[in-house]
Design a protein around this ligand. Sequence first.
Ligand code: IMP
Length: 189
Amino acid sequence: MSSSTAASLSEFSNTNLEPLITGEQIQARISEMGASIARDYAGRNPLLIGVLKGAFVFLSDLVRATDLRVGLEFMAISSYGASTRSSGEVRIVKDLDVAVEGRDIIVVEDIVDTGLTLNYLLSNLESRGATSVALAALLNKQERRVKEVKIDYLGFTIPDAFVVGYGLDFAERYRNLPYIAVLKDPAQG
Ligand code: IMP
């Protein structure tokens, strides 16, 4: 097989992808975020809640960069669909297996876009009696914000473009990309 044929078969160097943040840049930033969390929560036992599915790669790196006793849980949420999306209503598809009353919570999310999902989720967790609720997000699309969300630990602010990789998908594709890329033409998948 020629090298050009091999390249055209590569998922990771697909021509529909424009690299935005390298794997090395992501690792370096996550190391800093983990160090900040370990410092801020020293002597405490926060519960990290990963929002499925997109946060799974970020979360797995973040916990290994955080030298602290932590608990780990997952939630899955979905919006009610385009018609009611502006209302900010989201549906909890998979809830927590533990009570959060009296716990320090850190929600771990891949990207904050309009902010509707996180705005709902953070207030939902606060209403359950958590001692504190913080947010760690890998990416922030500030230009798209509809509802304000306070991001306590942020990886990168990015332009208003559809990005994939490092857990983020387009129709379930590209979650396994070891870097973050702009999807140039969504029609091509
Ligand atoms: P929000 O409620 O608009 O902030 O939506 C956040 C969710 O939308 C994220 O958790 C992602 O699942 C999805 N999302 C938003 N922007 C992107 C993107 O550029 N690529 C992939 N998923 C995205």
